[in-house]
Design a protein around this ligand. Structure first.
Ligand code: SAM
Length: 291
C-alpha cells in the first residue's frame, strides 16, 4: 500500500441521500465508489436495498472494502461505468433504482504517494485512475504532437496560453516528473499572468492532461447513455461534477433526453460544507428521473 494519511469526505452527502434514495428495497449503483463515502451512506440509509459500487482504481477499492466491511448489501467491483450494462448483466440485474456518479478525483488519488496527479509534489508523471491502463500522462506529454497537445490543453483545460505551453512541452522533452512539467508551464506563461491567477498556474494544464489520460469527458457521455437504458421508471440519476466542462455535458444530455426529466440542480454545497470540506467548493449536483 502507498503512503496515505488522509480520508475522502463525500460531497453533498445529505443532498445525495435525499434525491437518489426514493425506494427502500431497490438496487442502487455507485459508479465512482472511491473510498466508499457515498456507498456507505446509501447502504446505511437503505439496508433493504442492494448497492453495486464500482471504480476503476484497484487501490482505492481496497480502502473502500475496509470502510464498507460492515455492510452485507454492498457488492464492490473493479469496473468502469462505461461498462455498466455488462457489469449488471453479469450480476443478473436488468434495471436499477438509482445511479450515482461523483466525478473528478478522489483524495486518495491526489494525496497518496506516487500517483502523479498533484502539481504540488515531485512524482513520476502518471495520472491514471486505472493503473492497469496503458496511456499515462508521461505518454501524452512525451509523445503527442504539439498541435494535439495544444488542442487538449485549450479544450480540456480552458487554458488560453495552450499554444505556448504545448510548444514548451515539446521543446523540453523528455519530461519525466510533475515538477518538471510545472517548471515548463511556468516558463511558458507570462509572469504577469502567473501573478494574476487565483488558482495555481498549472491547474488548467494538469486538469487537461488528466482528462485526456482518463478519457473523462467521453466516458461521461457513455455513462449518461447507460443510465437512460438501465434505470427503471421512476429511477433516479444523480451526477456530481466539478468543472463546467463536465456539468455542461450532464446539463445538455438531461435537457435533450426523451427519457429523463430534470428534477433538481444544479445543487451547490452550503458555506458550512465547503468550510469543512474545501474540495466540495466547485461541486454541482444534478438529478434526473427516468420517465
Ligand atoms: N464518492 C466517492 C467517495 O465518497 O469516497 C469518491 C469518488 S471520487 C471523486 C471519483 C472516483 O471515480 C475515483 O476513485 C476514480 O477512480 C473513479 N472513476 C473515474 N473514472 C471512472 C470510471 N470510468 N468508472 C468507474 N470509476 C471511475
Amino acid at each position: 500500500m502507498r503512503k496515505y494519511n488522509d480520508k475522502h469526505i463525500p460531497v453533498l452527502p445529505n443532498e445525495v441521500v435525499e434525491y437518489l434514495l426514493w425506494k427502500d428495497n431497490g438496487i442502487y449503483v455507485d459508479c465512482t465508489a472511491g473510498e466508499g463515502g457515498h456507498t456507505f451512506l446509501i447502504a446505511k440509509k437503505c439496508p433493504n436495498s442492494r448497492v453495486i459500487a464500482i471504480d476503476v482504481d484497484l487501490e482505492v477499492l481496497e480502502i473502500a472494502q475496509k470502510n464498507l466491511k460492515a455492510f452485507h448489501n454492498v457488492i464492490l467491483l473493479k469496473a468502469s461505468y462505461v461498462d455498466l450494462p455488462v457489469v449488471l448483466k453479469s450480476l443478473g440485474i436488468e434495471r436499477v433504482s438509482g445511479i450515482l456518479a461523483d466525478l473528478g478525483i478522489s483524495t486518495y488519488q491526489l494525496k497518496a504517494e506516487g500517483r502523479g496527479f498533484s502539481f504540488n509534489r515531485d512524482e513520476p508523471l502518471d495520472m491514471r485512475m486505472d493503473i492497469q491502463q496503458d496511456t499515462s500522462a508521461h505518454k501524452i506529454t512525451n509523445f503527442y504532437s504539439e498541435e494535439k497537445l495544444s488542442k487538449i490543453i485549450f479544450k480540456y483545460g480552458e487554458e488560453r496560453f495552450a499554444r505556448r505551453i504545448a510548444k514548451q512541452i515539446v521543446k523540453n522533452r523528455p519530461i519525466n516528473t510533475t515538477k518538471e512539467l510545472v517548471e515548463i508551464i511556468k516558463k511558458a506563461l507570462p509572469p504577469s499572468e502567473i501573478r494574476k491567477r487565483k488558482r495555481h498556474f498549472a491547474t488548467k494544464t494538469f486538469q487537461a492532461i488528466r482528462i485526456e489520460v482518463n478519457k473523462e469527458l467521453k466516458n461521461i457521455e457513455q455513462l449518461l447513455k447507460n443510465a437512460e437504458e438501465l434505470l427503471e421508471i421512476g429511477g433516479r440519476l444523480a451526477i456530481i461534477s466539478f468543472h463546467s466542462l463536465e456539468d455542461r455535458i450532464v446539463k445538455h444530455f438531461i435537457k435533450n433526453s426523451n427519457n429523463l426529466k430534470h428534477i433538481a440542480g444544479p445543487i451547490k454545497p452550503t458555506q458550512e460544507e465547503t468550510k469543512n470540506n474545501p474540495r466540495a467548493r466547485s461541486a454541482k449536483l444534478r438529478v434526473a428521473e427516468r420517465i
